[in-house]
Ligand binder design. Structure first.
Ligand code: FES
Length: 112
C-alpha cells in the first residue's frame, strides 16, 4: 500500500465530512468520504451499500441534520462516522467500505 495525499488536515474541521476524488498510481479514480470526528480521521468509499451510489445530495453534505451520522441522501440510511456501520435504513447492519487513512506531517493520506 502507498499513501495518496487527500488534503491537509486543516482543510477538514472537527465534525466535518468532505468528498474527495483521488487517483492512485494504478489509475483507478476513488471517490471518498473523509470525516474528522473527536480528533480522529476516517475515510470511506463514497458508495452506499444499498445501491452503490454516492451518499451526498450536495457537494460535501454528508452529515444528517442532527450532525451525528453520515446520511445517504437517496433513502436516508444513517452510518456511524467512526466505523461506517449502518444503524438505520434499507442497508441496516451493512457498512461503508473503510479505506485506511493516516495523518502524516499535517497531511491526510489514504493507503491504497
Ligand atoms: S441508496 Fe443509500 S439508502 Fe438507498
Amino acid at each position: 500500500m502507498i499513501g495518496v495525499r487527500v488534503c491537509i488536515l486543516d482543510d477538514l474541521q472537527e465534525k466535518d465530512a468532505r468528498g474527495f476524488r483521488v487517483t492512485p498510481p494504478d489509475g483507478e479514480v476513488l471517490s471518498l468520504i473523509v470525516v474528522r470526528k473527536d480528533g480522529e480521521v476516517y475515510a470511506y468509499r463514497n458508495h452506499c451499500p444499498h445501491t452503490g451510489i454516492n451518499l451526498e445530495w450536495q457537494p460535501d453534505q454528508f452529515f444528517d441534520p442532527g450532525g451525528g451520522f453520515l446520511q445517504c441522501a437517496t433513502h436516508g440510511a444513517l452510518f456511524r462516522p467512526e466505523d461506517g456501520y449502518c444503524v438505520r435504513g434499507p442497508c441496516a447492519g451493512d457498512s461503508l467500505e473503510a479505506v485506511p487513512v493516516r495523518v502524516d506531517n499535517g497531511e491526510i493520506l489514504v493507503l491504497v
